[in-house]
Design a protein around this ligand. Sequence first.
Ligand code: AMP
Length: 500
Amino acid sequence: MSFSNLGLSDKVLAAVAASGYTTPTPIQEQAIPHVLARRDVLGIAQTGTGKTAAFVLPMLTMLEKGRARARMPRTLILEPTRELAAQVKEQFDKYGAGQKLTVALLIGGVSFGDQDVKLTRGVDVLIATPGRLLDHTERGGLLLTGVELLVIDEADRMLDMGFIPDIERVCKLVPFTRQTLFFTATMPPEIRRITETFLHNPEKIEVSKPASTAVTVTQSQVPCGREPHEKRETLRRLIRAATDLKNAIIFCNRKREVALLAKSLQKHGFSVGALHGDMDQSARTAALDQFRKGELPILVASDVAARGLDIPEVSHVFNFDVPHHPDDYVHRVGRTGRAGRLGTAISIVAPSDQKSIAAIEKLIGKEIPHADAGPAGDAEEETERPARSSRRPSESRSRAPRGEDGPREAREPRRPRRGEPRKAPEPSEARETVEVQEPRREPREPRKPRREPRPASVPAPAAHASFGSAPPSRERESASEPADHSHLPAFLLRPVRARG
Ligand code: AMP
């Protein structure tokens, strides 16, 4: 099957050829003809299957005829996160380069005014996160009555993030006669209900078994103590021992932990960026760009920020925290081993994570093999411990909304109940909130340097002498040793940029 058999316009076919793709992926092959025939489509597909082009290409073909009117977009695409929205826009820019279409992004963290100006001029394709979209409609700056085609992407993620009420509201604001394309990786009952309510006799296309991990990814779990500093130490050992590591995403369950861990790794001389939902948009985009270009080989991220990101070559995924929801594990691991490449996914497992690991193994239908963290590195060298975090038991049990813009009703400030701290956590943080103590600097006993033989596979302390930042104490002692860098992952040898 080739793209030319799918009914796409000549302009779109030329753009696809220019991009180097010769064969449609299964979701493209099956969905595109139905989209062009104006049918509703229910696509059960994960990211990495080419599902974005499965709606972008026919939309570009269909939009060649007609013109946009002020404040009345012709098509609307809903995405759960800003990054995914931006990624979809990139695909319109890539495949639609030969067309004069206006594509606008309505996402949080960007000025309302600029977005409003764009809407006034009229847009052919509006790509939005639900919260910001509804803010614009409420202000009267946007009318959805001209929408001919609605795409709801990553619907199960929208459910996780508490966006379903917003989605229902949007579906009621667009004309009943519009065409709807609905994509989800899984079909929990709530998603099924939405599809039954808002899709009209959809063509159902399922391209991969939901909740499976790619066979090209080597998965393992490494046991670790319950203390945060033990997890950080285990992680550093794992990174140093991974001689085939080209780049890595390290996942944390909470935004606060992302920032703390990134800082801790930087202190230990690693070149690290951070990505979480509380960062402003420009910082998120910059971190992602640096990671994509290889300038920052390690990215510490939360699920919200990293879900569905298209970063084709990620060699390693580390679960610094085991995710509480098994489907998050599948998505995290799916960041590596993309498009048939080899990948490694390692989960650091504290005693309290046993239940979560069991749920993950049940979902993926196989046991995750046990491994150890590799030789001890700098166990006692953490000169400054990032703030300790603790979670109230009720928080760890509840599955709270975790949208980065937050579901709309949850975004309203709530008056504290008796006994609660005066400032309630931001709803967008509900799942990611921790109580953070200031780091305590305790006086330390001067320690004798340990003289342990270091296996050749582990980067010697001398490796850290090549980083710009001050190495931890023992490493400083060893800096005079001759450095043999030949067996080190390249990223360990890159200079680290000092951060204010
Ligand atoms: P998606 O599932 O939309 O996130 O796409 C995953 C990756 O597949 C992206 O890097 C796309 O550029 C790539 N891709 C999309 N369509 C094709 C195709 N027909 N052949 C090869 N790669 C593709």
